[in-house]
Design a binder for this molecule. Sequence first.
Ligand SMILES: Cc1ncc(COP(=O)(O)O)c(C=O)c1O
Length: 418
Amino acid sequence: MPGRNVSPNLALNQLVDERNAAGASLVHLGFGEARLPVFAPLAERLAAGARRNAYGPVAGGKDVREKVAGYFTRRRLPTGADQVVVAPGSKPLLMALHMTVPGDVLLPRPCWNTYAPQARYLGKQAIGVPIPDECGGVPDPDALREAIRAARVLGHDPRIVVVTLPDNPTGTLAPPVLVREICAIAEEEDLLIVSDEIYRDVVHDPATEVLSPAEVAPRRTVVTTGLSKSLALGGWRIGAARFPEGAWGRRIRDGVVSAASEVWSTLAGPMQEVAAYAFAEPPEIRERLAACARLHGAVAREAHRIVVAARAVCRPPTGAFYIYPDFEPLRGRLARLGVTDSVSLHKHLLDAHGVVVLAGHHLGDDEQALRFKAATSMLYGETIEQQEESLAATNPLVLPHISGVLTRLEEAFTRLAL
Ligand SMILES: Cc1ncc(COP(=O)(O)O)c(C=O)c1O
């Protein structure tokens, strides 16, 4: 069975809790959660929705689907309510997509740690394809062509390519030119594109152009999104998918709804109330989204500066709340400390420096590489007050609860490079 072990990021959380309970004080960068409080109007909507106890339609009520359709339409993706399905998180929607659409799955390498296990649960091959030097979230186009060819020679049947825009784990956004190249390959090779855009509203610079493959290849792209990251509502489990127009899109949507009806029935009524409000994006939600994206950008850029000063190679973060450094330039020095691969680097950072990261091999990356993911969204403070202060600050980096932990990080990585 592919899923015997708990997801590596959840296992790390458990380890951090145990060590902290035993008196350690760890800097935990191993979990992809936006550590920010619930925005008060969202909690009010949740309370207002508490009386919604009927099951309701599997795809979600018309009101919430219209609001999600409006959200996409404002992002240059004209959408009707019948193209939308809401669900308890985008994770089950991605799983239902793989249950519905046959064929093996092409993934950027590294990528979010859930894509490959989902594919394997369904008996599919998860085919990792290296990412370009400039960004993650999409396979390198030449490598993608070659991976498709090689997979077919081996008797596999790649029919789906997953992209993540912006990306977890690299914290980067693929530029339009690369998105177009991937779409062209998908057209040539008749692939379905699954565009995971859960970080779309966490682009650090509002002037950045985000091009969705659904704009370029509208008939063959399914987009997934949710409120877990942009509004820090991971535990509320609100996700949505946008299906293509046309016969193929309708078939896929019907398949996902059918899977949903047998697995989760529908998104919880109170959460539909929250989703309808948030996806309508009234001014206060837009302001909150912008404040969150600003904070994520400021802290991710500082963490990037710290690892680069320690001589790591690292793509500059432009979206989401991660950095993905490569400590290859320090290989000789690290070998003398017994650090020779992704596992030993992770262990050394934990044991010698109290810094918790997610080792790159958990994300499909090469085990021999000295790479890891650090989630910088864990650095905004321990209390709700500190986190709100971080969001409100013009320069969050000077707040004592943020600068203190960044200084610890800087000390740890400086010592690593000595
Ligand atoms: C790239 C990516 N997609 C999807 C998800 C899951 O989101 P949800 O909470 O909507 O299931 C995550 C969460 O870590 C993620 O990083």
